[in-house]
Write a protein that binds this ligand. Structure first.
Ligand code: NAD
Ligand code: DAU
Length: 354
């Protein structure tokens, strides 16, 4: 790839670029010659420099460890780097953890976003993209799929902290004229997802010979998107989205959790030469997640029509790729599931939310 001279490049501040989706996004932006990426990440349990292995610091990339909630630090970073655009992935992202302890969710997902927005306003940022979630619409079990105008009715502390951030982002547009964009994505899956989330969690349990615990009756429905498709959508919104707009990102392809695990058992049996019936026998229905939303469903008509985006990876193909990645990346899994993760695992699965 030909690099441009430093004077021609645009400066992009990415917050949370060491997480699952953020790291995939950083890689995609660095493939474009015109951006310098400054990656600001606190490196919580979910952020890992290994996710960006092979990326070298220089004129086009810099990593900065820090907290988006730290006003002085963030202000100095804006001052030094003068970003033209900001994309915020930084968040506490796991619903189950937000049930056990909501406070860090509001510190990062709400206050942290306000700190980033304030810095953007003060330093004249030209585009601020907040990465949100379909969970802000809440449970839509008996409703039509949501478009972007659907009312917000978050159920979990996680979803409430993200909905607050959406409101804050839109308030900075209306009050101060800050150019903002919001994307609301459905469930992502793929390489480098922290193994607390359903798909990598179940792959790990299959490999370790453990049970496959589904919350409640396993009939909750989610839409699933391969992380590369989601990142492609985010790049399009950053580069061509209309100021002030919200874009849903979704495959519109719903599956029950039970159907997801059933398919996962079939593909894992294929990939790891195991017996599919004995894998399916390990599915256990356990105590439900408190406040568990039965269904998320969104319409992605706006992004498809306005930004000619379409997801390219079908669920079965993406799931197989994901399984292969986890089967060949044990070391990464070992390195991220430290002692602290074990405490969390016991609280949810052994002490049943205790
Ligand atoms: P993740 O948990 O894998 O990564 C989050 C990253 O943010 C980590 O690198 C972490 O170190 C960093 N971070 C956390 N707190 C921080 C702070 N205070 N300051 C700086 N950095 C901090 O999350 P993900 O799954 O990649 O999700 C990224 C974003 O996308 C989140 O905002 C999430 O709400 C949203 N989202 C995720 C999904 C999904 O299915 N994973 C779907 C829709 C929306
Ligand atoms: O919808 C988008 C959201 O998707 C994102 O905003 C969140 O950051 C992301 O974590 C994800 O939230 P979910 O709660 O949907 O994802 P999770 O992987 O935790 O769970 C998916 C479904 O599987 C959910 O209905 C709960 C269920 N589940 C999960 C685990 C970990 C189980 O039944 N058993 C489990 O052990």
């Amino acid at each position: 790839m030909t690099r441009r001279s430093v004077s021609n490049i645009k400066r992009l501040l990415v917050a949370g670029g060491c997480g699952f989706i953020g790291s995939r996004f950083v890689r995609s932006m660095l493939e474009r010659a015109e951006w310098r990426v400054i990656n600001l990440d606190k490196l919580t349990y979910a952020g890992n420099l290994e996710n960006l292995k092979g990326i070298v610091e220089g004129d086009h990339y810099r990593f900065v460890r820090g907290d988006i909630g730290d006003r002085t630090f963030v202000d100095e970073l804006y001052d030094k780097e003068r970003p033209t655009a900001v994309v915020n992935f930084a968040a506490e992202s796991h619903v189950d953890r937000s049930i056990l302890d909501p406070a860090p969710f509001f510190e990062t997902n709400t206050i942290g976003v306000q700190v980033l927005l304030e810095g953007a306003r003060k330093h004249g940022v030209e585009r601020f993209l907040q990465v949100s979630t379909d969970e802000v619409y809440g449970d839509v079990e008996k409703m039509e799929p949501c478009d972007e105008e659907h009312r917000l009715a978050p159920s979990s502390p996680y979803a409430a902290s993200k909905a607050s951030a959406d409101h804050l982002t839109l308030s900075y547009k209306r009050t101060y004229g800050l150019p903002v964009l919001i994307v609301r994505s459905c469930n992502n899956y793929g390489p480098y997802q922290f193994p607390e989330k359903l798909i990598p969690f179940m792959i790990g349990n299959v490999m370790r010979g453990e049970d496959l615990p589904l919350y409640g009756d396993g009939m909750q429905r989610r839409e699933w998107i391969f992380v590369e498709d989601c990142v492609d959508a985010i790049c399009r919104v950053l580069e061509r989205g209309e100021d002030g707009e919200i874009y849903n990102i979704s495959t519109e392809d719903e599956h029950t959790n039970l159907a997801v695990i059933d398919l996962l058992c079939k593909l894992m049996a294929d990939e790891a030469s195991m017996n599919v019936a004995s894998l399916r026998n390990r599915i256990q229905f356990i105590g439900d997640r408190p406040g568990h939303d039965r269904r998320y469903a969104t319409r992605a008509k706006k992004i498809r029509e306005k930004l000619t985006w379409n997801p390219l990876v079908t669920f079965e193909v993406g799931l197989r790729k994901t399984i292969r990645w986890y089967l060949t990346n044990h070391e990464w899994v070992e390195s991220v599931t430290s002692g602290a993760y074990r405490d969390y695992y016991d609280a949810v699965y052994v002490r049943s939310w205790g």
